[in-house]
Write a protein that binds this ligand. Sequence first.
Ligand code: GLN
Length: 304
Amino acid sequence: MDYAKIIRDLAAEVQPLYGQGKVADYIPELGKVPPRQFGLCLQLNDGISHEFGDSRTKFSIQSISKVFALSKAFGLLGEELWQRVGVEPSGNAFNSLMQLEYEKGIPRNPLINAGALVVTDILVSKFENPKAEILRYLRQLAGTEDIHFNKQVAESERKTGYRNFALAYFLKSFGNLKNEVEQVLDVYFHQCSIEMTCFELANAMQIFSQHGLEPHSGERLLSSSETKRLNAVMQTCGFYDEAGEFTFAVGLPGKSGVGGGIAALLPGQYSIAVWSPELNKKGNSVLGMKALELFTTMTGSSVF
Ligand code: GLN
């Protein structure tokens, strides 16, 4: 398969989509990112990678961090985790409060904000220094030490993250947050502020396409059954109220973030990360979604 050509062709095809979306600005610091950027990295399981455009530019991974936090918490807690958070698609915006009320504080899934806060709470309970542990874990997965928080982004979100505060206090009132709201949110805002490149992200996602084996160290971090569950949650819940659309158009498990990144994978074959900051109304990258749709169409590859 001529991946290099396919990627060049799809990149040319998505160029006219610039201007259709909008850079996230509800976190003021994110609003400063220049919109016309596009990067892609395909990491094949055999170790070969293909990159295009701004694939070595750091960007805010935001909600993509939820997948890594989840895999860490699941690895530690096992099936017990699902007593505190569900595995059903929400059909709602990522920061919606409604469901949490009538489902009595058990978030629908771990990839909406409410569920991610429960996952972060678990990490806060388990580790003396959860922020350092999250960084250490991502550095291991990505195979590089050069992964850091963006303190300005974390601070910007702390100052304006009223909905996340509301969700966290709500969870606390239902007894589904064990630690203090401020502490959990501090860790959550930091994990969201982590900056990575498409190249690093595609590498970090390898654990999910390699059935739980971390390829840089050769260490098994998750069982293949645990990896199956995490991939299933990404497939059904990774794009919030656009999870159906992403499955329909792209057909891969994956996760998006409001920084404009999307990371996805085909189990046993490859992981892929794409980034372009302009978002559609649901908070997913316009060029990124289209690029992945074209990629799976042109390569004839998907989980379906
Ligand atoms: N930090 C962002 C928030 O909590 C992450 C949202 C996202 O990427 N979808 O609002």
